[in-house]
Structures are given as structure tokens and as C-alpha cells.
Design a protein around this ligand. Structure first.
Ligand code: G3I
Ligand code: 9MR
Length: 592
């Protein structure tokens, strides 16, 4: 008996260590060949937070038990009545063990069903994952050699230098005719591919800058071990700066317009970055790209103003670039990027990511809001005022309106009228209340899954962005229920979902091993590059890979071919950075 307890304890210790170093944890008694039947946040829980596991499959219910590292039962409770999920054929019962608050390693056991993967309860529980997801951006740096000191096993030579990028015929102008060579180095690779897109950089940068603006004290202390970690600028801003410097190269100084993307004509193969030497192009300017750029540079000017000593001139350059981009958009208010049309008129055909947003209305608002707040110039107000009565929405690359709402609500200044702020706050809170209402009816007790429409390409970013939305509701009201709702979506991302996966590479016991991510596929290392959020369930299944299940919340497959459910992308990582770090920063406020 004693020997069994001891070996169990050793297994626990092994698992704990293994979780920390991102390697697999085979807890034989607990895992099955597929996803475990008991789904929970595989990283664990704060002692003072809500703790829920979901038992999937049809069963007789009954009692569940929480077992500690000594194999002692520390808590038992009753599973709730069975519920059929609205978004798949899953049946679920909930196990609520929020009352367990002693730090340690645990599993949950349900007689006749099995044991969950091990999880931990403890302070600072998301410390590793919060740093990993921000570090994910370092791994996406395009022209930098990733050295072992910072990249560990995933060190690699520099990728695309982008020192000689050609003006594509679609972007030809009198000062820069087609074929002109420009330098556009740096910036993050967008996703599993090796191209750099302004529209997607827009929401990504806005989200990361907002994370910093909402929790500056927290981020000043967050060290993620990147080359700039020892300078006086917070690591999150150093990372943002790496992409900002690239974005600034995407503006045509002659007129202020911004090229839609810096790209190959066709996607590179599944090889390491820098192997292929295909020509790179600056492709057509667009209104959406230019306004996203204007918003990001205006927000950057505000944020980097405080680092004038370390980064002299940067804030002013950003603001000048923003104003100039705005000026271009005023003259070119509706230049849509339409790749199909472009390819009918110009050669070579461009077949990489589109990000062709047909409606730049929300980009107008976001840019105007950032410029209004950063400059205090009333001339931006008339545009801002037209949007104040819009309903709140969850951001996506094609809809950035909410980023403007967040900024107006965040920064108090003369530019925001009291009446406007009340309207914005009310619309945010009324939508947050709907989120919570639907969470109560959800089979996994998560805000994610408001409707089948949540499960789109990149659905995990919907979960993360809903989480940010609720964090904002919490910051505005200090009502704990919103923070709890945000946490439910972090729980979703880390395992409490219909697939049973923790969706971040390197994090959790059952996690993606084969993301559609060229370096992870080509580097010969078993573990994918860590800290990257995969897209998640997407019944669109546009990649035509093999999916074991095809319903809205189960249409996910951990195969490299699956770019529609298993790619990674910067605009998906950024909201998870915001969400998990917000939970860390606000952890003293969590309540059971
Ligand atoms: O707008 C419609 C919506 O009305 C409808 O309800 C919904 C149903 O599926 O579809 C919506 O359109 C989808 C659109 O994204 C907006 O979300 C399209 O079906 C879907 O095909 C499209 O997917 C985009 C995908 O590129 C293909 O263009 C993803 O959002 C976008 O994240 C993804 O981005 C790619 C880049 O192009 C290249 N780099 C990798 C990156 C991530 O996969
Ligand atoms: O690898 C590409 C991925 O980054 C994109 O999100 C996806 C959709 O645009 O396309 C992937 O490339 C595929 C291409 O579209 C079709 N042939 C197979 C490519 C993947 O190997």
C-alpha cells in the first residue's frame, strides 16, 4: 500500500516536472487513447477561483471524487443532471469542486468512467502559460536568428530578410513603379505561413497594446527572456516594437498609403524559414490596411510616449505616420483589397492570405478613436460620434470596431463626453450579460459557444476575444461575475471543451502536436514550437483534411494538413496573451 502511494507520489512529481518543461505526461491510470472523458482546464486553477470539470458521454451520473497527490480523497460531490450540448452530440455533466482550495496536485475520479489528467491548484497557476503565449511572438520573428539562449531547442537561423522586396504591379505608383526594390525587414510571420499582412497585424498589435494599457504595472514586471529583456522597456512592448518597425516600412512616404501585405506570390512549402528564395512583393494599398495602420501607430504613439528616453523620436514618428495614413484614407475611403480582381489585372498572381475586408467602416472608427485619444484633436470626433450607438461586438481581423470602444472607455480625457461613455459602457455590459446568460445554458459552462457561429476559422480566438470583452466588463464594473465568465473561456481554451484538447502548443497534457506551422513541421523536433494557440473547431473544414468529428464544436483535427482548424496565427495568440495575463494580473480578485 505504502509502496503504491509512494510510486503514485513519484508519478505526481514526475508529472509536475514534466508539465513545467512542456513534455508529455503519461498518467497511465488516467488517460485513454483518445481524449479523456473528463474535461477540465489542464493547467489548473487558482485556489480562490471557480473550478469545474465536465464529464462527457452518457452515464449514470452519481458522485465524483477529488484525489490528491497522496491518493487521498479530499472532496466529493454530485455530478449535475445530464445535458445535451447544442453544438455537438456530446452529453455532459458538471462537477463543481470550487471548494477545494488547498494548493497541490489532484485528479478527479468518477467511478465507472475514469480519472482525469492531473491538474494543479496553486497561486500563480498561469505563470508558465502567460509567458509562453507572449514568447510565441518571439518565435514568429521573421528576419531574426533565434538563438538557443532565448529559443531553447527551437533555435533556428534568420528567416526571410526582406531587404529587397519588389513593388508588385498592383502597387505601382509614379515614385515607386513596379519592380522598385524596397527594404521591409522584420515583423512577425502571420501564422503557419511566412507572409506579413498589415490587416492582421492591425488587430494583433491593437490587442497587445491594449493588454499593456490595461495592465501596465503587471507588464512592467513580466520577463519572457527575449533579447531585449534587460532593457528598460517592458518585454511586451519590445515584442510589439519588433513588429511596429516593420509596419512603418509598409507606408509609402509619398502619399501615406499603406501596402496591404509583404508576401510571396504563392505560399512557401513546409520548410524552415529562409530556405526558399522566392521574390517577395509589396502588394496594392488598401483602405482597411491604411486605417488599421493609422490606429496602431496612433495607439503606439500614446504608449511609447512614456519611453521617450529609451526610444527617442519614436512616439512622434508614429503619430506623424498615423496622421499621414489618415490623410490617404480620406482621399481613398473605400479601396478594398480584392485578390481575385487583382489577379485578373496583374501578374504575377498573388495567392497568399487575403485578409480582404470588404467593409472598412469599423476601421474608420478604430483609427478615428485612436487618433482622437492620442492627439486630443476634435477633428476626429465627428466620425467617432457616428459609431457610439452601435452595438458592442467581439473583435476579429475583419471587425475592429470594439478596439475603438475599449480605447474610448479606457482612457479618460476631455475628448470623451460623459454621455458617450455611458452609452458605450451600457452596450458593452448588456452584451456581457447575454454572454453570461448563455454560459449558464452551455453544456460546458463556458461563454464560448454562444451560437454555432462562434465556431469559425480561428474559433479559439473568438473564445479569447469574448474573454477580453468580459475582462473589460469587469474593469468597468468590478462585478466578479464577469471575471468568472472570462475565466470560463480560458478553461475552454485549456481543455474544458468538446475536443478535450488544451489548444496551446506545449501547454497541458493533451495538446496539439501537429499544428499547421511550417517551422514546427520542418524543424525535426518532436514538440511543436511552444506557446502558440491553434485555430480550433471549424466545421467549415476548408482544408479537406480528415476530421474524426465534424460538428461545430468538435470539428478539429490535430493534423499538419489542417490549416482550417490547426494553424496558428498572431491574431489568435494576441487575445490569449491578453486573457491569460489579465487573469494573472487580476487573480487576487477571483472568487469561488
Ligand atoms: O464572413 C463569413 C460569415 O458571414 C459566415 O457566417 C462564416 C461561416 O463560415 O464565414 C465567414 O467568412 C469566413 C471568413 O474567414 C471570416 O471569418 C470564411 O468562411 C473563411 O474562409 C475565412 O477564413 C479566413 C482564412 O484566412 C481564409 O481566407 C480566416 O478568417 C483567416 O484567419 C485566415 O487567415 C490566414 C491567412 O489568410 C494566411 N495566413 C494564415 C491565416 C490563418 O489561417
Ligand atoms: O499554408 C497555408 C496557410 O497558411 C493558409 O492559412 C491556407 C489558406 O489560405 O493555405 C495554406 O496553404 C495551402 C494552400 O492554400 C493550398 N495548398 C496547400 C497549402 C498548404 O500546404
Amino acid at each position: 500500500m505504502k509502496q503504491r502511494a509512494q510510486s503514485a507520489l513519484q508519478t505526481w512529481r514526475g508529472c509536475a516536472l514534466v508539465i513545467l518543461i512542456f513534455l508529455g505526461c503519461q498518467f497511465t491510470a488516467t488517460t485513454q487513447s483518445g481524449a479523456p472523458a473528463i474535461r477540465l482546464n489542464q493547467v489548473g486553477f487558482y485556489p480562490n477561483s471557480t473550478k469545474i470539470a465536465v464529464v462527457t458521454g452518457q452515464n449514470n451520473g452519481g458522485k465524483f471524487y477529488i484525489i490528491n497527490g497522496n491518493r487521498d480523497t479530499v472532496f466529493n460531490g454530485m455530478l449535475t443532471a445530464e445535458k445535451k450540448s447544442s453544438w455537438s452530440s456530446r452529453y455532459t455533466r458538471i462537477a463543481d469542486f470550487s471548494n477545494v482550495s488547498v494548493s497541490g496536485y489532484y485528479t478527479i475520479t468518477v467511478p465507472g468512467i475514469g480519472e482525469s489528467v492531473p491538474f494543479r491548484i496553486g497561486e500563480g497557476i498561469y505563470d508558465t502559460v502567460s509567458r509562453a503565449v507572449l514568447k510565441g511572438f518571439y518565435f514568429q520573428r521573421s528576419d531574426l536568428e533565434l538563438v538557443p539562449e532565448y529559443a531553447g531547442s527551437w533555435s533556428r537561423p534568420a528567416g526571410h530578410p526582406d531587404t529587397e522586396v519588389l513593388i508588385h504591379p498592383s502597387a505601382s505608383s509614379s515614385t515607386r513603379p513596379a519592380g522598385t526594390k524596397l527594404a521591409s525587414p522584420g515583423g512577425w510571420y502571420d501564422a503557419g505561413d511566412y507572409n506579413k499582412y498589415i490587416v492582421n497585424s492591425g488587430i494583433t498589435m491593437g490587442t497587445l497594446l491594449s493588454a499593456y494599457e490595461d495592465f501596465p504595472e503587471y507588464y512592467r514586471k513580466l520577463n519572457i527572456n527575449i533579447p531585449e529583456s534587460n532593457n528598460a522597456v517592458p518585454d511586451i512592448l519590445d515584442e510589439v516594437l519588433y513588429n511596429l518597425r516593420w509596419m512603418l516600412t509598409m507606408q509609402d512616404p509619398a502619399d501615406g498609403g499603406v501596402y496591404h501585405k509583404c508576401t510571396n506570390a504563392v505560399f512557401d512549402g513546409m520548410v524552415m524559414p529562409g530556405i526558399t528564395k522566392e521574390p517577395r512583393y509589396m502588394v496594392q494599398k488598401s483602405t482597411a490596411a491604411t486605417l488599421d495602420f493609422a490606429a496602431v501607430t496612433a495607439q503606439s504613439a500614446r504608449v511609447f510616449r512614456a519611453y521617450g528616453a529609451e526610444l527617442p523620436g519614436l512616439a512622434d514618428s508614429c503619430l506623424a505616420a498615423s496622421v499621414k495614413a489618415w490623410g490617404w484614407a480620406i482621399i481613398n475611403p473605400a479601396v478594398v483589397y480584392n485578390q481575385e480582381l487583382l489577379n485578373r489585372n496583374f501578374k504575377p498572381a498573388v495567392l497568399t492570405g487575403d485578409y480582404g475586408d470588404g467593409n472598412p467602416r469599423d476601421e474608420w472608427f478604430w483609427a478615428a478613436a485612436e487618433l482622437l485619444v492620442s492627439t486630443g484633436d476634435d477633428k476626429y470626433y465627428p466620425i467617432v460620434s457616428q459609431f457610439i450607438n452601435d452595438p458592442a461586438s467581439v473583435p476579429s481581423w475583419a471587425n475592429v470596431e470594439m478596439l475603438g470602444f475599449y480605447t474610448l472607455l479606457r482612457v479618460t480625457g476631455k475628448q470623451q463626453s460623459h454621455e458617450d461613455l455611458i452609452v458605450l459602457k451600457n452596450s458593452l455590459i448588456s452584451m456581457a450579460d447575454i454572454f453570461l446568460l448563455k454560459k449558464n445554458g452551455n453544456a460546458f459552462q463556458t461563454v464560448m459557444g454562444q451560437s454555432a457561429g462562434d465556431f469559425i476559422w480561428g474559433s479559439n480566438s473568438v473564445a479569447a476575444n469574448q474573454g477580453i470583452f468580459l475582462v473589460n466588463a469587469y474593469l468597468l464594473t468590478r462585478d466578479h461575475k464577469y471575471l468568472d465568465g472570462a475565466l470560463s473561456n480560458l478553461d475552454y481554451i485549456l481543455g474544458r471543451n468538446a475536443t478535450g484538447y488544451s489548444f496551446i502548443t506545449g501547454i497541458g497534457t493533451k495538446r496539439p502536436m501537429f499544428p499547421h506551422h511550417r517551422p514546427s513541421e520542418a524543424d525535426g523536433i518532436k514538440e511543436p514550437v511552444p506557446g502558440l494557440l491553434v485555430g480550433g473547431p471549424n466545421p467549415g473544414m476548408q482544408d479537406k483534411c480528415t476530421y474524426a468529428e465534424t460538428e461545430p464544436e468538435t470539428a478539429y483535427t490535430d493534423l499538419t494538413c489542417s490549416y482550417a482548424s490547426n494553424e496558428i496565427a498572431i491574431n489568435w495568440n494576441a487575445p490569449v496573451v491578453y486573457l491569460v495575463n489579465a487573469i494573472q494580473a487580476l487573480s487576487p480578485d477571483l472568487k469561488r
